[in-house]
Ligand binder design. Structure first.
Ligand SMILES: Cc1cc2nc3c(=O)[nH]c(=O)nc-3n(C[C@H](O)[C@H](O)[C@H](O)COP(=O)(O)OP(=O)(O)OC[C@H]3O[C@@H](n4cnc5c(N)ncnc54)[C@H](O)[C@@H]3O)c2cc1C
Length: 399
């Protein structure tokens, strides 16, 4: 019998083992908390141990590159910038690769609001990959598809969390000159079914059918993080609502690190050693390091980790305003470049509540236990909205 992991924290769910299996004996199945784990079908398994050899996560040694250069990056296209989570650096990279006739892999929501990795080969589809989905994405057969394209000589850009990029490289087992990889600075991932239950709860409570859920929306009051839901009401009318992070029972738990996969709390990739040719994240602290940078619509921290990536900096500057920065400074403000998100004491209680009372119980508990914090933040938001309106009126009268 092949044992791919003993404890849950030993598997990051990257799917490298399932992708490498020559007899397709491994499938990724959700556990009771909704996190995907490999399950071996013993009647199909030929005990070649390829899965074990490909597992990069259990190996305690960390391979990776320390960044060679760091930039504050802002997309020059206002629309692209507004649709991106931070500074729109990802779209710039995707555009360069598509211009060269390549294929770009990344995470997109499907119509059931499930995050899946897909490959795109045209500019119209970039928007599917844009924006952070704070839920673990399923790799499906994209490692296999990327390898097929690489073997044909196509240029491939593969983006994902650091463990997904390490998984891809381990699955490929060799270097490819036509492969570019992007890893994200990663806080950790919640499970698909927890997220879907949250969506169903929102729909039931409000009598909506949710069409789009965007985690990062730059339209409304700037509270650091806020998202947007677009929905249809029973009468067919389409509406939208802003999701303010401190007031939302999913967003708050995600940002607090309360609902992550167990492996995320011990992730060896949350470090200075990066898995991708490029690393992208939010440039926290940019105002302190580069006070001249306009932060209004988000700024990406773009790390250049390999000589290959260095060769793309000129091309990137066609799409991005790039400000030369310093990795040692930047990493001081971004926890997950130094250590994994700390394990939360609330995690067990939240999952227990979910299993016994469903998502309604999770939400009720959140709103009851955090009522003071919620009132304070509601007042803050109203004040910010009023200030914004006053500024708008003053601008209209030219003062
Ligand atoms: C789960 C998660 C946790 C993160 N945690 C942090 C953090 O702690 N600190 C920090 O600085 N930045 C974090 N980020 C990165 C940040 O949110 C932005 O994604 C990043 O700055 C790139 O933004 P952008 O404007 O360049 O491009 P965008 O267009 O916003 O980014 C799109 C890119 O994100 C990828 N992506 C989106 N969702 C997922 C997913 N679920 N799994 C894998 N890839 C995905 C897409 O494939 C694409 O490559 C996190 C992202 C995710 C998805």
């Amino acid at each position: 019998m092949i044992n791919l992991y003993k404890e849950k924290n030993e598997c990051c769910g990257c799917s490298a083992c399932a992708s490498i299996c020559p007899t397709q004996a491994i499938t990724m199945e959700p556990d009771e908390d909704g996190f995907f784990f490999p399950v071996v079908n013993n009647s199909k398994c030929i005990r070649c141990r390829m899965c074990l050899k490909t597992c990069h996560f259990r190996d305690t040694k960390i391979k990776g590159n320390r960044p060679l250069a760091a930039f504050a990056a802002i997309n020059k296209d206002e629309t692209v910038l507004k649709n991106s989570s931070s500074g729109g650096a990802f779209s710039a990279l995707a555009s360069i690769v598509l211009e060269m006739g390549g294929v770009v892999f990344g995470c997109a929501f499907n119509e059931r609001m499930e995050p899946n990795h897909i490959g795109i080969d045209n500019f119209f589809d970039i928007e599917k990959l844009q924006g952070s989905k704070y839920v673990q994405s399923k790799i499906n057969n994209t490692f296999i598809e990327a390898k097929r394209l690489l073997d044909q000589g196509r240029i491939v850009l593969y983006s994902g969390t650091p463990c997904q990029i390490a998984g891809l490289k381990s699955y490929l087992g060799r270097e490819y000159n036509n492969l570019l990889t992007v890893d994200l600075i990663c806080h950790g991932v919640p499970s698909e079914s927890f997220f879907k239950d949250y969506i169903s709860w929102l729909e039931k409570k409000n009598k909506w059918k949710i069409i789009t859920y965007k985690f990062r929306d730059k339209g409304k009051v700037n509270m650091g993080y806020s998202g947007k839901v677009i929905y249809i009401k029973k009468n067919g009318k389409i509406g939208e609502r802003t999701i303010y992070w401190p007031l939302d029972c999913y967003y708050y738990y995600f940002l607090n690190g309360d609902i992550c996969r167990m492996s995320c709390y011990e992730c060896k990739y949350a470090s200075n050693y990066r898995q991708g040719d490029f690393t992208l994240g939010d440039y926290w602290g940019v105002k302190k390091i580069h006070p001249e940078v306009n932060t209004q619509n988000g700024v990406s921290l773009l790390l250049i980790n390999t000589e290959t990536a260095m060769g793309y900096v000129d091309k990137l500057s066609n799409y991005l305003k790039l400000v030369n920065s310093d990795f040692e400074q930047a990493k001081k403000y971004n926890g997950q470049l130094n250590h994994p998100v700390p394990k939360s004491e609330k995690r067990e209680m939240i999952f227990k509540t979910w299993h016994t009372g469903g998502y309604t119980a999770v939400a009720n508990e959140f709103y009851f236990k955090n009522r003071k914090m919620i009132v304070v933040n509601q007042v803050k938001i109203v004040m910010l909205q009023i200030i914004k309106k006053i500024i708008k009126i003053l601008k209209m009268f030219g003062t």
